[in-house]
Design a protein around this ligand. Structure first.
Ligand code: NAD
Length: 542
């Protein structure tokens, strides 16, 4: 096509409020009822095939685990091989497709999620991942749509970046090729938007992908896949498989065509993968790109000048929304003794108003944790705290009889290095350390060195010297740093997200730097007046 096409400008998707009586609330309730009434039979998607193995795994709402949402077909190593083959078969046509045709597919997918499938994808996320209406809306609808729209814009910005002014008779060009081989996208349970972003970001840049979601997120992942197909994604460009993690890694990381890993999940799993990649490095045709966003132990540091009510709201939203199962969730808070006197009564009063229960009852702020394994792990931290004589300010109990519910729990750290101040729990557990006001100058080192992570963190202070001091002193403690705001809820296109140290490679999801990782650049130099003599003037006789 002849034309330098401009794309529709990316704007953040409006967030619906779902207030009582609103039309969106009625639509969402209808979608929930419809999904609940169905039992899905979910195949893998390999090439143009829907693959059913007959080995079924049941899907259930974490807040009502007796109910069956459907079953998915579990694959094995042979399906990993098939997915790689299908990806490689799709590669020549896909990488030759003009960028505007690729862009159109993902812009159309964004539009489908914004309109036709908005309530279906939110309902899926509410039912199968136990996110309440608002948490589902900001993830499964808005962030997902933003990823797709903004990434198209970033793709175009990348392609537009060309070498500067040419010398006479020479034209320099930069071509952003996809990687050779295939990309492996491995996605976590906790964000439907991340699940969509990890396979689509490389695919948008012309790559072919093998996508393995978390088994507790298959219910919404399969809907993502169906919508991508409806938007026009050709067969084999993204291949969705439900195979056990280690078995999948075993095939992928030994394959010569493996060219990139796009991972979000826990730090331990990422390190295992990196090691396997290292062990097999001489097998690959190219050095693989490794992008991983992993765990967090995110902090809020309050200064004596902090506004107490703003701090309490940030603690509650930051720590307990989606049951603390966000990599960015606030899980350790440092409060000066002088401020604690004002914070404590307000915090306790507010905590007493939080309702815990199923997502389908919209009054619940806190819902269930993802599965029994997570429930047991979080409960074990709380039980150990009880055994250690830790003061439990509120919560401290769980009940998994009908759903995996854990009360929002606040622990008072007996020491600044108590294990719940250091380790990622990934549940509704917040630990508070009260420091003496005079200790403020020592707080930065403490906050910085308490955990191996560096994902998100927040400073609460009205004193601008304190803000300035913290912003500088904690510059390596978080990839996303907040001033007088909770450390969660990054918005695509506004706060590029990711952390360093044990939290990942900091390749900022939903940002230009991330998309660049899925390209391999070729520089083209063309000379219009080629020299016909090798001799330079300096070689001449005096
Ligand atoms: P997880 O590490 O248990 O699983 C992530 C994915 O890896 C899943 O698809 C899983 O099946 C797969 N997997 C596990 N072992 C594997 C192996 N050996 N080989 C190949 N694949 C394997 O993580 P999760 O419980 O789904 O998600 C929660 C974690 O994700 C938390 O640690 C959280 O902090 C992190 N997270 C980070 C970010 C971020 O942006 N930094 C965002 C969301 C979640």
């Amino acid at each position: 096509m002849n034309g330098f096409f401009t794309i529709p400008p990316a704007v953040n998707e409006p967030v619906y409020a779902y207030a009582p009586g609103s039309p969106e609330r009625a639509h969402l309730k209808a979608a929930l009822a419809e999904a609940r009434a169905m039992e899905l039979d979910v195949p893998m998607y390999i090439g143009g095939q829907e693959v059913r193995t007959g080995q079924l795994s049941r899907m259930a709402p974490p807040h009502d685990h007796a109910h069956t949402l459907g079953h998915f077909h579990v694959g094995d190593a042979s399906h990993v091989h098939q997915a790689i083959q299908a990806a490689m078969a799709a590669k020549p046509a896909w990488e030759a497709m003009p960028w505007e045709q690729r862009a159109a597919i993902f812009l159309k997918a964004a539009e489908l999620f914004s309109s036709k499938y908005r309530y279906a994808i939110n309902a899926a996320t509410m039912l199968a991942q136990s996110k309440n209406a608002f948490q589902a809306e900001i993830d499964a609808a808005c962030e997902l749509i933003d990823f797709l729209n903004f990434n198209v814009q970033f793709m175009v910005e990348i392609y537009s970046e060309q070498p500067p002014a040419q010398s006479k008779g020479i034209w320099n060009r930069l071509e952003y090729r996809p990687l050779e081989g295939f990309v492996f996208a491995v996605t976590p349970f906790n964000f439907t938007a991340i699940s969509a972003n990890l396979p689509t970001a490389p695919a948008m840049m012309g790559n072919v992908v093998v996508w393995k979601p978390s088994e507790t997120q298959v219910y919404s992942a399969q809907l993502l896949m169906r919508v991508f197909k409806e938007a026009g994604l050709p067969d084999g460009v993204i291949n969705l498989i439900y195979t056990p993690g280690p078995e999948t890694g075993d095939v992928v990381f030994r394959h010569p065509e493996f060219s990139g890993l796009h991972f979000t999940g826990s730090t331990g799993v990422f390190r295992t993968m990196w090691k396997l990649i290292g062990d097999n490095i001489s097998t690959y045709k190219s050095y693989p790109r490794i992008v991983g966003e992993t765990g967090g132990k995110d902090f809020i540091l309050a200064h004596p000048s902090a506004e107490p009510k703003a701090l309490v709201a940030a603690m509650i939203r930051g720590a307990f929304e989606f049951q603390g199962q966000k990599c960015s969730a606030a899980s350790r808070v440092y409060i000066p003794r002088s401020l604690w006197v004002q914070v404590k009564p307000h915090l306790l009063a507010e905590m007493a108003t939080l309702k815990v229960g199923p997502t389908e009852d919209f009054r619940n702020f806190v819902n269930a944790v993802i599965d029994e394994r997570a429930f047991n792990k979080i409960a074990a931290y709380i039980e150990q705290a009880k055994k250690d004589g830790v003061e439990i300010l509120c919560g401290g109990n769980g009940d998994k009889s009908s759903g995996y519910f854990i009360e929002p729990t606040i622990l008072m750290a007996p020491s600044a290095q108590y294990r719940t101040m250091c380790e990622e729990i990934f549940g509704p557990v917040l630990t508070i350390w009260i420091y003496e006001d005079a200790e403020w100058p020592n707080m930065f080192k403490l906050v910085d060195t308490t955990s191996e992570y560096a994902l998100t963190g927040a400073i609460f202070a009205q004193d601008r010297y304190a803000v300035a001091e913290a912003t500088w002193a904690l510059r390596n403690s978080a990839g996303n740093f907040y001033i007088n705001d909770k450390p969660t809820g990054a918005v695509v296109g506004q706060q590029p997200f990711g952390g360093a140290r044990g939290s990942g490679t900091n390749d900022k999801a939903g940002a230009k730097v991330n998309l660049l990782r899925w390209t391999s650049q070729r520089t083209i130099k063309e000379t219009f007046h080629s020299p016909i003599d090798y001799r330079y003037p300096f070689l001449g006789e005096e």
